[in-house]
Write a protein that binds this ligand. Structure first.
Ligand code: PLP
Length: 223
């Protein structure tokens, strides 16, 4: 299902190829978030130079170090699990919180937003019923959205991560579910699709894909 993995050192070409594959899957106007986790700040610069719409980072510590002393040329999205006590550390850097899935995190982001931080969030939904996966249940969306909006946050859309085993039928079910939920909520951003499944996500109605490996090559194994 996935295309060839990206070749490191050819970021602009890889981005062009990912864009072409998105268009071929029917995704005109889909935002491309380049996932720069584990890569240096040069990857961030290359991604923006190649016309990516945003970069995505997963780890607070890594992010804070990487961006220190830099002014990125475009938006930085938080796409990793957020702990409440770490929100503050990156609140000045993040322009979209993609993984909001519980009241404590909503309240902390709202507190930082009131102090001038970013107020734009996506609610992460667990569409796969895998217990280990983060994301709220479908039945929690209304309550979390209400709490976020009451706290002054803007809920711009929903985000999901497809099933870990990558079975295409299950992945499609999960993506179609998120698209339906976005429609039911009247929300514009439907963030789904990674290197291995972004074309399927686009064909299911994704408006924002998060792509790392197909742009920057394989990541080094986790320390
Ligand atoms: C790492 C990550 C991605 C990118 O994964 P690739 O398979 O390298 O494209 C996308 N979304 C999230 C939430 C991630 O953690």
């Amino acid at each position: 299902m996935s295309g060839p993995a990206g070749t490191p050192g050819h970021v602009a070409e890889n981005v062009a190829s990912v864009r072409a594959r998105i268009r071929a899957a029917g995704g005109d106007g889909v935002s491309l978030v380049a996932v720069t986790k584990t890569h240096g700040y040069d990857a961030v610069e290359q991604a923006f130079a190649a016309g990516c719409d945003a970069v995505g980072e997963n780890y607070v510590q890594e992010m804070a170090g990487k961006f220190a002393g830099h002014v990125p040329a475009g938006p930085v999205h938080m796409i990793g699990a957020v702990q409440t006590n770490k929100v503050r550390r990156i609140a000045g850097l993040v322009s979209l919180w993609q993984t909001v899935d519980r009241p404590s995190v909503i309240d902390e982001i709202a507190r930082r937003a009131a102090a001038g931080g970013c107020a734009d969030i996506l609610l992460q939904v667990n569409t796969t019923a895998e217990a280990a996966k983060s994301g709220c249940g479908e039945d929690e969306i209304d309550v979390l959205r209400g709490r976020a909006e009451a706290g002054g946050l803007r809920v711009l859309g929903l985000m999901t991560i497809g099933p870990t085993d990558g079975d295409p039928a299950l992945t499609e079910t999960s993506f179609r579910r998120l698209r339906r939920l976005c429609d039911a909520q009247g929300l514009g951003i439907c963030s789904m699709g990674m290197s291995g499944d972004f074309e399927l996500a686009v064909s299911c109605g994704s408006t924002m894909v998060r792509v790392g490996t197909a742009i920057f090559g394989e990541r080094p194994p986790k320390r």
